[in-house]
Write a protein that binds this ligand. Sequence first.
Ligand SMILES: Cc1cc2nc3c(=O)[nH]c(=O)nc-3n(C[C@H](O)[C@H](O)[C@H](O)COP(=O)(O)O)c2cc1C
Length: 197
Amino acid sequence: MRAALVAVAYQSGFGHTAVLADSVVAGAVSAGATAVPVVVTDMSDSDWHTLDTADAIIFGSATYMGNVSSGFQAFAEQTGRRCISGAWRDKVGAGFTNSGAKSGDKMHTLISLAVFAAQHHMHWVNLGLGPGWNSSGGSEFDRNRLGFWLGAGAATDVDADPEAVHPADVATCRHLGARVAEVTAQLLAGRAVTSAA
Ligand SMILES: Cc1cc2nc3c(=O)[nH]c(=O)nc-3n(C[C@H](O)[C@H](O)[C@H](O)COP(=O)(O)O)c2cc1C
């Protein structure tokens, strides 16, 4: 069985979401996938080929004005023909975002990413972690410290360097990458069985 190809397609204006994207990639690799980062604001023909041939695409965007950034949305709108033709149908999808505020309305960003995947007929994978930091025994260093289910949600001070991205958010994104790689491998194995039958 070949390794799953997981693309991590993201936008980052100031480098915070890029740190999380690196962790998503590392998580996918740790689970046996081949993982390739793609910066959606600087798409080459090779990048489009990566997305078109990937088994899974994990989308990431900084939260700007309570939604995906204009850079991410411009990329999304460039996929219109692929959407109509079903080019990405039945790929696995998932998402992550980063905002300045702890909430920052970034749930809306994750919803936008999930809707984008749904428009491409992709299979959305949730985060698969319970909420952290939600009891007297919890701490800000718990994975999923901000309590999302739909995808990975991170928060970074707006005046912080990328190195200051919270370690719990890095770990949460690593988990997401590994989870998507595992689910994708299961799907590939299932398809191999059903196509052989
Ligand atoms: C135009 C703009 C809009 C923003 N809107 C929000 C917002 O709605 N909620 C929030 O919490 N942070 C908001 N922020 C802060 C960013 O989400 C935050 O700085 C984030 O770490 C940027 O990630 P990046 O470095 O990957 O671009 C905004 C920043 C910019 C530049």
